[in-house]
Design a protein around this ligand. Sequence first.
Ligand code: BGC
Length: 736
Amino acid sequence: MIFPANLPCRSGQIISLLLLGIVMVPVTLPAEEHPLYLNSDQPVEKRVEDLLGRMTLEEKISQIHGDSKFSTAPIPRLGVPRRWLSDGPHGVREDVGPHTWNPAGRTDDFATAMPALSALGSTWSSELAFAYGEVIGEESRARGKDIILGPIADVPRTPLSGRIYEYIGEDPFLVARLSANYVRGVQSHEVAACIKHFAANNQEVGRATINMDMDERTLREIYLPPFEAAVREAGVWAVMGAYSRFRGEYCAYNDYLINKILKGEWGFPGLVMSDWSGTHSTPDPVFGGLDLEMGTLVPGSEDAQSYNEYYLARPFLEGIRNGQYPVSILDDKVRRNLRVMFATHVFDIRERGTLNTSEHRATARRIAEEGMVLLKNDADTLPLNPSRITSLAVIGENAVRRNAAGFFGAGVKTMYEITPLEGIVQRVGSNVNVTYSTGYSEQNGGTNLIERAVTAARQADVAIVVAGFNHSRSLDDEGWDRKDLELPYGQNELIQRVIEANPRTIVVLVSGPAIDPGPWLAQVPAVLQANYSGMEGGHALARVLFGDVSPSGKLACTYPKRLIDSPPHALDTYPGTNGTLFYKEGLLVGYRWFDTKEIEPLFPFGYGLSYTRFEYSALKLIPGTNAGQSIVTAEFEIANTGRRPGAEVAQLYVHQARPGLPRPAKELKGFQKVMLKPREKQKVSIPLDQRAFAYYDPAKKGWVAEAGEFKILIGSSSRDIRLQDDFHLAATTVGK
Ligand code: BGC
């Protein structure tokens, strides 16, 4: 370990608990035999107050800032352990540090590399979101982490966003459902999830300082709902502020966002932390609701001494001593930190956690499989039947590149990563001759690579080009947005040449959403968006390609025909003007824009093909079920009318006929994924509550569901509506 444990332990007790598979946090008991705060039978709030009352001013200050890149200081006198934080969101990050970003060089910090959150988004599965969180939670415990820095619940507004692969998708309802379940999964293992980056952080260009200017409805309807769900529904314990500014104030200590909305309206009891180096002064964070300062770079200092110089360390302490700040404001911050400690049982007997298990890998594989989106499949090119082909040309650097490790915080040090090529080779066995050619390369592109790939494609029954991005600069990495949506390194030319050589060419995309397939889409018969699919990605890909499982992913982001069709580009509001980002498109983010403005997307939100077919029927709207919670429940049937098992994501959109304030053409308000065998039929019920009909009315400071006419639209995608019915809402209500 980087730090000495510093805490004497009662070894006999620990060993016997270890045998039970349980780890006990060793504490030095204060002189008093049984202080209340160590009694786990006592309510959390009582324990918080008891411990707070025993702390000196200096000890309190020590709990609200980092003492290494990813920890806070222990208080040995009181048995307060050092708290460990770790990135998320795709797995428990490799340890760094303590005072640099360089890897710590440990051999016990391998973890399960889950598919990227954009893959999770494409699963449209709340169940898998919970399972994802559970893996992260269990592994956090096994790695001794107390707070995991994930999930990300930001809603991207431009497809150029450098971290779009870390985002779940463009619809706040979908993001809210999945991120809340991720949080529940994590926190079921006595680890705090930290939802980030609050709020509306969705581009990398200028992220450290850019000021976001948007109207209240846009904030409330698009960017806040995922955070609100995490707080109000899932009880998330930590929130990370975004780097950027909102209406002039930094998000991490923005009085309106943090004090008024998060802690005030939503009653968030947990802690707000800064993003790394996201704190810039003392007074604003003190009053703006920041509870934990992390990652500040103190000029000229990169060692342990600097932590005392953090804005919420010595400068705050001195300010309290000289009467500039009341102690009560410090107490509130400490209380929030302690509350999270007690809630996650850091003083109690705690779950030990498991790491790198076969169950975790199976979950990773399932999410990877269910997140893959079949974008095109002319003449049933897919699935491939290995007994009907003798040779396969696998082409492209992404077929052999291990993408799970990068980029930066979102990468995971994993014991292995099955590449697409490995997955395919293992799946087809020795009866199929698989050749590999690089085709394109980040380092040394060129026509030779293309010629060799073309020759291989010509000689094979089928060619599979594994294309896409790779987390290199500006190609899905933190700190840099993409420059455009084009595939780099001459991949377009490669794909065009390969398709000329072999009409049975399949393109597999490894990327976050979206890419521009421009010149080759019309010619290529099958295209699969495979995402960054984690350590089991190659297996998952092979299972989809060879039909062991039908693809069931649906796009969680619109693919535009041209970048200029996307709202911030159409309105020329990206990447901001003189340090300000005007959210001119307002509510019209993603499909809300394309549908309302009647712009044809390349692939719409919610779109994804299957190897089987689904029929929708028998829509009924049943008033007021679900224990009085819902206004109406939409009930309908889905039947698998094809010849293979498969899963379908049924999507429910609401359209209001004559809203009091302008609304998008339709808004997602429900979805359900159903697994069906051939000829199987299932009833689907989607309850709709007040919020499903409401828009945010800034004048009323609430969610208004207006009496009047609505349409309930049930679709296989946002542009493939299969069933619809009218619904009359009898009375206007205002919700909070
Ligand atoms: C990122 C956060 C991350 C933090 C710590 C920042 O650059 O924005 O998402 O948790 O670094 O690695």
